[in-house]
Design a protein. Sequence first.
Length: 636
Amino acid sequence: MKVAYKDLLNFLLEKPSLDLVSNKLFQLGHEHEIHNDIFDMELTPNRGDCLSLLGLARELNVFYGMKKYMDIYDGNIDELDIKFENLSPNDCPKISFLEIEIEDEILDYRSYLEEYFLVSGNNKTNFFSDVSNYISYEQGQPTHCFDANKIFGKLVFEKKICNQNFSTLLDSEINLKDENCIFTIGSEIVSLAGVMGGKSTACSRKTRKVLVECAYFNPEAIIGKTVKYNLNSDSAYKFERGVDIESQERVLRRFIKVVQDHAQIKSIKLKIFNEKEYKNILLPINVKEINNILGITINEETYLDYLSKLGFDIKDNIKVPSYRHDIFSQNDLAEEIARVIGYDNIDIKPINLEKAKLDKSEKVEGIKDLLTEKGFSEVINFPFTKANDEDKSIIIDNPLDSNRKNLRTHLKDSLIENLLYNERRQKESIKIYEISDVYHNENKIKQEKRLGIIISGKVDENYIDYSNDLDFEYLNKILNGDGEATPFIIEEISRDSIKTKKKNKIFYTEILIDDIPERFSENVKSDRREVNFIKFKQVPEFPLSKRDFSFSIIDPKKYYEVLAHIENFNNQNLKKHFIFDFYKNEKSGEIKLGVSLVFQSAYKTLSENEIQNTISILLKPITQLDGVSIPGLEFE
């Protein structure tokens, strides 16, 4: 989101410099870049309340103060007689409609409106839509404008199963499928709610009478629609993160004032439909707990003053603002205070936690070295998951992602996802492991460090192992050896329970670090610090293509020359190569060689011509060597 420094200052009592504002935004947790006095904000998904000038000003109020009253229309407004029915109040608990009619003449845009388009980069479309876009930028509340003269009959909101074409106001045709929240007039869909309006009721430059819809939509009802229908929608971006359900009348009165700045108003009418009463979140005043959480000694007066400046209403308890969808507990309030104080300004103090037994580092490094030697790769996964293991999982009060609000109780699901990710990218030999902490909630928090290992596919990409599949015996021999003790319990994971078309068997084991035998300490490499570790490379999202070739090498001395030529070939599209078959005729000395060439681009899907051109550049010089041929392959 782009925000102009100049626009932000209009909301603040003090006038801090650009650098000071930037520093305070960073302190409050709002990352951004600055381009020509424009803040390009990167806001976390749980702070949708900051997606506006007003939202950021509310944050900065704790440092610089904020103007208490906005320039809004404060006159009387007649009640609008509108035929409207809400069939899905759970998805739209509150909605307001403003009908406003103006005289024909529209004045040149005032500076605040004109400069909005320069900042945002948006194009002007028509007067009412332009005002609607500005209000969203300023207030954080999207509105949608219907041409009132195109509304005939009853307007209905509902969530329903669709299989119907819809013409958007951007003149694109989409097919609405499955369940969607929509506005209809009769059988016609006139708006995909919270995302985009329809062409048939859209405003134009000639529109002088408009019906403005201002709603609160349940974020879960809007999430995913822009991706599904390939629509670019600032409104959906805000609705997905939650808007202020209590702001509708203020927003529409601000809308009227902006219109009044540019045109003579003939009539205004308003109707608010409140299907469900909003329930405020009330939290007790407990500064002692806040101090315990943060390890500070703030007094109650300062504590409540900070919260008040952040928009919390303080009386006998703490009332959470209706626009703060991320505040539910004392932990959340403690985070608010930490942001205001600044995390860097909180003294570091040791805390007492009941910790799991410390793992023996040599044992861990020993098993890492063994697995690395066998071609395994280590992965590091996100510690949060959507799964809840029979209420034993710890739930995060304020997750960044509402679909991942539990701490993992095991590593298995994460490693299965890793395996499927690699299979979708056509990896033929998958051998990966993870060493990580997991957590259980069994009356008290229990922390354990575990090792998880998963395998599937070919043993390796070489002529000795390529024909062999990874199986129970392979993993058992590495981990349990030939002894009677079998501390690693290996299971086969059924593919029936996961989304995959592959047929290779999957084997998995997970074990506490404390239960790993001491013998693995003997595997630690004495020269491990001298190892040249492979640097991270982005995994290409485009498909790979594999080509297999058979080489006939009559003169054995040419064998190493062929390999050297392939090894030294430098082409960004040749991802890798390996020998999958090798045979030497002991009598004649002739060598038969099978080589696999794997092609893949990080930027696009390679065409057949591009692959063939690379093959020609690589293999043509080899076929010109005396005594070397590739049966079935000819070059011009």
